[in-house]
Structures are given as structure tokens and as C-alpha cells.
Design a protein around this ligand. Structure first.
Ligand SMILES: Cc1cc2nc3c(=O)[nH]c(=O)nc-3n(C[C@H](O)[C@H](O)[C@H](O)COP(=O)(O)OP(=O)(O)OC[C@H]3O[C@@H](n4cnc5c(N)ncnc54)[C@H](O)[C@@H]3O)c2cc1C
Length: 401
């Protein structure tokens, strides 16, 4: 009898799982039902911002015609899963259908976190995650008007750049003293701040969004900051982080992580032997990974398990490097930039507002742990491969060619 795999979520990681199964399952032993909440098949969310630079939905889609026509795959768009009966092994969809499964993989991703500020639901408030979000922002954008982005991390910078491309004058509000506080130190952030200000983006760091204020008609009129500044605007984008989407798993009685997410073991298995969780919704080794590369590794691992093949346990390391891919400024981290216990030697090779390079070395051995690069520096790629080794004699040349 044909076995059925149900995949909940057709995002980047759910799609990767199905592609791997299609490639490896040459005997076609399995039927795959994908329940997708969004109206579009999986797309390159990492490249989402390019949708506002002229790329179309079909440029960004991950699902080619061979995938959409594969008789083994039953992709149901705009068809979210609403509940699961683990005893009967069935999934209930919002359309009222019941789908039986032998194996169930949850790949439900994350949702944007919107801080609980008064006025956050007013007309003119947006998040930045899906095609629909960007369509709504595009429709609301007004050339020459200020727009406020709440959050100065990678996503906030992408959103601010999007507003700039739409002809708006973006402001970024960040509670930390500088942009990208998770990745950068003050020196690297100085380079980024200088560059971002040159692009016409206004920064408000070390202050919070106190409220979003309304016109009498219920639309956004302004944003008030906790330092008393009032920014007149009719468009606000919240880009203040993400939270794993675990609501379905919680209702199924699966274990939830301390800070949300579905707890799985190092093979992405939940406590139910028929259910796995992969991608941003999964908590592996106590962490959720908000990046696509670890999600892909989880998908590859589960595809092999489903086909009875050997797998290596998921290893959460090597997921720390970051590159800002927008705004025309290089900002990158590689390796560890927050060593355990803060025990590391630091060496800064250039420090001004055009370039900055810092490396961290193990205190006892002097081995390279990681580093931060900003502005006109070398590529982080060759440096990443030197981690755990003695820095080469030409380190400075690699950092500042
Ligand atoms: C603008 C932007 C830029 C990014 N840039 C980078 C980057 O440079 N590098 C990087 O590594 N990562 C980046 N990311 C993050 C990356 O996109 C995610 O890590 C990746 O998409 C995670 O894949 P996923 O499949 O786990 O989740 P998602 O891609 O979010 O997919 C989950 C899907 O599940 C659906 N779903 C949820 N619940 C249900 C349900 N009950 N029933 C059916 N469907 C459901 C959701 O609607 C969604 O379509 C970026 C993200 C954004 C938004």
C-alpha cells in the first residue's frame, strides 16, 4: 500500500524536504500531501526584498513545473492545517478535509514578532515576511513620505531599504545602542551607521517605540519614541524579530521549548514517532535557527530517515556567519563573535568610519575563533575556513587587502 507523508508548511524548508524525497525516492513508494497556508508555492524568502526591485513571483518561486506536475505530490495552496488527531493519524484542514498520514512533518516556520506597543494594529502597520506583506507595503507606500521601521537588525535594514526603493524616507528605531546588535560591536556598527546615514536612512538608536498614534479615522499618524521624539508617518513596518510557529504542535500535545518552538531530538524527531519538525519552527539542541542553511540540513536529514537511509545527527554548529546583502555595504561576521564566558583575545586591525576588522583569538592557544568585518575589507569566506587554527602570517592582508 502507498504510504502518505503529510508536510505542513510549504516554505523554504518544507520544499527542500519534498525535493530531496523526489530525488531520492526513485521507487515512488510514497504519496506526499503538502498543506500550505500561503497562496503561492514555496519561494525564495531570503531573496524576498528583490520582489520590490522588479523580480516577479515566478522569478522567486522554488517550485518548477516538474515539481508542480509530479503525480506523487499533492500541493494544496491556501489550505492551512488546523488540527491533528495523533491517535487516528489524520490532519484536519481549514477547508474541512481530513488527510491521513503515516508520517507527518511540521515545517511551519516563524511569524514576525510585533512588540506590544499601543497602536500596533492600526491601518498602516505592516510586517515583512511574505509576498502578501510586500504587496501591502507597496500599495501603502507614498513617495517622499517618511516611513518608520521598528527594529534595526538584518530584517529591519532590509525593510528600510525596501521603503527607500519605494521612494519613501525611512527611519529605523532600535532599542540597542547601535544597528545589528546581535552581530556587530560598536566599531563595526559605526561603519554601518555612516553608510546608512549617507543613503538617507534616519537612525534612532537606544530608544524604543512607545506608541503608534492614530488619526481619527484609525490610520497611522505618527510614532512616538520613548525619548519623546515624534515621527510623523503613515506607514510603520515591524521588523523586531521572529517567533516560531508552534501553535499546531502545542494543540497536538507536543513539547514546546522555553521560548517557543517544537522540541525535537538531533534527528528532528518529536516525542511522537510519526511526527518530525524542521526549519525555523524546530528547537534542536535547545535553539531555534532563524536561517535557511540549518533548516536545509534538517530537511536533508529527515528525507533520508523517511527513506530508511542512514543519517548523521543534525549538528547546530557553523550557523553563525552573517552577511548583510543589501545597501551596498559589506558587513560580515564569521565564526564565534561571542565566545563562551567572554574569554578571548581581540585584535582590531582598522578602525575608522570606512572600514573595520576585528578578530577573536583563543586566550590559551591563540587559535582563530571568529571575527567581524565592516566596510572596505576582505571577504569573510577564506577567513571562515581558518577557524580553529593559528592565524596565518598574512592575516592582516586577508582582512584588509
Ligand atoms: C526578508 C527576509 C530576508 C531573509 N534573509 C535571510 C538570509 O539572508 N539568510 C538566511 O539564512 N535566512 C534569511 N531569512 C530567513 C529565511 O527566509 C528562513 O530561515 C527560511 O525561510 C525558513 O524556512 P521555513 O520553511 O522554516 O519557514 P518559512 O519559509 O516561513 O515557511 C513556513 C511556511 O509554513 C506555513 N505555515 C505555517 N503554519 C501553517 C499551517 N498550520 N498550515 C499550513 N502552512 C502553514 C507558512 O505560511 C509558511 O509559508 C530571511 C527572511 C526574510 C523574511
Amino acid at each position: 500500500m502507498t504510504r502518505t507523508l503529510v508536510v505542513v508548511g510549504h516554505g523554504m524548508v518544507g520544499h527542500r524536504l519534498v525535493e530531496q524525497l523526489r530525488a531520492l525516492d526513485t521507487e515512488s513508494a510514497r504519496r506526499i500531501v503538502i498543506l500550505a497556508e500561503e497562496n503561492d508555492p514555496a519561494y525564495d524568502r531570503v531573496g524576498l526584498s528583490s520582489y520590490l526591485e522588479g523580480k516577479s513571483k515566478s522569478d522567486l518561486t522554488l517550485a518548477g513545473q516538474d515539481f508542480l506536475r509530479d503525480p506523487r505530490v499533492d500541493l494544496r495552496l491556501a489550505c492551512p492545517a488546523v488540527s491533528v488527531d495523533r491517535t487516528a493519524r489524520t490532519v484536519q484542514t481549514a477547508a474541512g478535509d481530513q488527510v491521513s498520514y503515516d508520517a507527518l512533518v511540521l515545517a511551519t516556520g516563524s511569524r514576525p514578532f510585533v512588540p506590544p506597543v499601543p497602536g500596533r494594529d492600526l491601518t498602516g502597520c505592516f510586517v515583512y515576511r511574505t509576498f502578501n506583506d510586500l504587496d501591502a507595503i507597496r500599495a501603502a507606500a507614498r513617495t517622499g513620505r517618511p516611513g518608520v521601521v521598528v527594529g534595526g537588525g538584518l530584517l529591519g535594514l532590509e525593510a528600510a531599504n525596501a521603503l527607500r526603493l519605494l521612494g519613501m524616507r525611512p527611519h529605523i528605531v532600535e532599542t540597542a545602542p547601535h544597528l545589528m546588535p546581535t552581530q556587530l560591536d560598536a566599531g563595526a556598527a559605526r561603519v554601518l551607521h555612516e553608510h546608512v546615514a549617507d543613503l538617507g536612512v534616519h537612525l534612532h538608536c537606544a530608544t524604543a517605540t512607545a506608541s503608534v498614534d492614530a488619526h481619527p479615522n484609525g490610520a497611522v499618524r505618527a510614532v512616538t519614541l520613548s525619548d519623546g521624539t515624534v515621527l510623523e508617518t503613515d506607514l510603520v513596518v515591524f521588523a523586531a524579530g521572529i517567533r516560531p510557529r508552534d501553535e499546531l504542535a502545542v494543540a497536538m500535545g507536543l513539547e514546546r521549548g522555553e521560548r517557543g518552538g517544537i522540541i525535537v531530538d538531533h534527528h528532528c524527531r518529536t516525542s511522537d514517532e510519526h511526527v518530525w519538525a524542521i526549519g525555523e519552527c524546530a528547537v534542536v539542541h535547545g535553539s531555534c535557527y532563524g536561517l535557511v542553511a540549518p533548516g536545509y540540513r534538517m530537511a536533508d536529514n529527515v528525507a533520508r530517515q523517511l527513506l530508511g537511509k542512514d543519517t548523521e545527527p543534525f549538528d547546530g554548529t557553523d550557523t553563525t556567519s552573517t552577511t548583510l546583502k543589501l545597501l551596498g555595504v559589506n558587513v560580515a561576521t564569521f565564526g564565534t563573535t561571542h565566545p563562551e564566558g567572554g574569554q578571548a583575545l581581540e585584535a582590531v586591525f582598522a578602525e575608522d568610519t570606512t572600514r573595520y576588522a576585528k578578530v577573536l583569538l583563543r586566550q590559551d592557544t591563540g587559535d582563530l575563533l571568529g571575527g567581524i568585518l565592516a566596510g572596505d575589507t576582505g571577504s569573510p569566506m577564506p577567513l571562515g575556513s581558518l577557524i580553529g587554527r593559528q592565524p596565518p602570517a598574512d592575516l592582516e592582508q586577508l582582512l584588509l587587502p
